[in-house]
Design a protein around this ligand. Sequence first.
Ligand SMILES: [Cu+2]
Length: 128
Amino acid sequence: MTGRVLATAAALALTMAACSAGNGDVSADATSGAGTGEVSGGAITLDASEFAFSPTCVQAGGGQSLKVTVTNGGSALHNLSVESLGIDEDVQAGESITVELTLPDSSAVPFVCKYHVANGMQGAFLTG
Ligand SMILES: [Cu+2]
């Protein structure tokens, strides 16, 4: 009985975005290992496609300044929006953008593609 409940919960977690960042509560999903990227040299590249960011979660440090490059390898117009930091940048198919941001000392920062958030195209910068 308990085993079946656990198996169902695990299956549900795998079908959801690896880093669903609603309310800044991302820790549970971030541990799935399905697409957590490490910041290297203060920079990270996110590959955007239909309809996901890869990596989905970015492990960074609290208060860290970060150079974020988004490369659109898909065929649709994508976007990087970080509402809490006032970022809203479109990325044309086949092109890339770079934005600089500073993360808060603690708490996760969700990011989305504003065009495809309904498709689950979202992730988060993790500061923990
Ligand atoms: Cu998109």
